[in-house]
Write a protein that binds this ligand. Structure first.
Ligand code: GTP
Ligand code: MG
Ligand code: ZN
Length: 375
């Protein structure tokens, strides 16, 4: 029971957003979404609530409006007279403070990734995005490119990214490469972002993770399947709240053990959202996210001779000079190029969609006006 909604992350500003519904409405937080219905936590406990007409209409017009884990919602109680107790309807989604939106991805003809223009809200009203990346995959080290993508999306969401290098105990030191070297590489891929190694088995680093939550903060854990996200959530909760599973030996990638996104209130305060593994994520509409992940490149670029330098072959390019000198890893410049292109493509696509919507709207209005002026 959450008699004190502030433990769920409720704050005063939200009360003003709660709509006046005819039968009265209570606030609740979405813990899990299933087709057309949600599990919500209200002050008096957990309820199942089906989506109301307003919510369904909004979601039909814009998939991003679909209720999502972490959302604050207005809950209407139906059938007050019914002896079976209340049935609840999710009447409205309150405005989101932050939203982690991923773009859909598809493979283009050259085998590269490109966005398909579809966005999906993975979690709402989140304060911290934990980007979980295992220290070791089957044969390879942490995937820095995936970290860059997730951190860019995290910045864009309005939440604060934190990178967790999970399963730190599995990192086998090589003669000339230790865990510290990996952590340095990860830190360089996410400037200005805290990076923590974690081992959920021994508990090493788990307290540092918890410290990011504070008394009532909400975090979401994102990362590939088998990264140990659910194991970490269990370590934070101090109980087996999520099912975890051995990684498949064959490819080390693991099956998807977690198949639902789930909001879990932690006993010591704060909330965490566990998610199914994501292998690939597309960028969604970006304003600053990519720039923040590549602040080192942006800073170098200030010294390029030309202000519109694209760092390809221009003379006097400070970025290329940094690659040449080894100061900037070439991988990182390539990654920046890729994400820049993707963000630009996404922006063009959004513009086109907005234009199309605008045209449609005006067509409807003109049609209505013609209808009205008819005798
Ligand atoms: N050695 C080691 N193994 C770990 C650690 N954390 C998790 N594992 C193991 O890694 C496997 C996958 O862990 P999960 O927590 O199920 O991974 P997940 O990220 O939730 O995976 P999905 O739910 O499929 O996205 C399990 O066998 C865990 O026991 C760790 O810190 N060290
Ligand atoms: Mg899991
Ligand atoms: Zn340049």
């Amino acid at each position: 029971m959450f008699n004190d909604l502030s433990l769920l992350g409720w704050h005063d500003g939200l009360a003003e957003q709660l709509p006046d519904l005819p039968g009265g409405a209570v606030a609740a937080r979405v813990a899990r979404v299933d087709r057309g219905a949600a599990e919500v936590i209200a002050a008096d406990g957990t309820h199942q609530a089906r989506f109301g007409a307003r919510v369904r209409r909004a979601a039909a017009a814009d998939p991003l409006a679909l209720p999502c884990v972490g959302d604050w919602v207005a809950l209407a109680r139906l059938d007050l007279s019914s002896s079976q107790g209340g049935r609840y309807e999710l009447a409205e989604v309150l405005p989101r403070r932050t939203a982690f939106v991923r773009g859909g991805v598809s493979r283009d003809s050259r085998g590269g990734l490109s966005g398909d223009g579809q966005g999906q809200v993975l979690a709402a009203n989140v304060d911290v995005v934990f980007v979980a990346e295992p220290s070791m995959h089957a044969t390879d080290f942490a995937d820095l490119g995936r970290i860059e993508r997730l951190v860019a999306l995290a910045w864009e969401s309005g939440a604060r990214p934190v990178v967790l290098v999970t399963k730190a105990d599995l990192f086998g030191d090589l003669p000339n490469r230790g865990l510290d070297d990996l952590l340095a590489d990860v830190a360089a891929a996410a400037p200005g972002v805290d990076v923590h190694p974690v081992c959920s088995f021994t508990g090493d680093g788990v307290d540092l993770v918890r410290a990011h939550l504070g008394p009532s903060g909400t975090a979401v854990v994102l990362g590939p399947s088998g990264a140990g996200k659910s194991t970490l959530v269990n370590a934070l909760a101090g109980a087996e709240v999520m099912e975890t599973q051995q990684v498949r030996a064959a490819d080390g990638r693991g099956r998807h053990t977690t198949v639902h996104r789930q909001l879990i209130p932690l006993p010591g305060g704060g909330l965490v959202i566990d998610t199914p593994g994501i292998r690939r994520v597309g960028l969604y509409e970006m304003s600053e996210g990519v720039g923040l992940v590549f602040s080192d490149i942006e800073e170098l670029a200030e010294d390029c001779r030309f202000s519109d330098c694209r760092h390809r072959s221009e003379p006097g390019c400070a970025v290329l000079a940094a690659v040449e000198s080894g100061e900037l890893p070439e991988r990182r410049l390539e990654s920046w190029n890729r994400l820049q292109r993707e963000a630009a493509w996404m922006a063009r696509r959004t513009d086109a969609r907005l234009r199309a919507e605008e045209t449609r709207k005006w067509k409807t209005i003109h049609k209505q006006m013609r209808g009205m002026s008819r005798p």
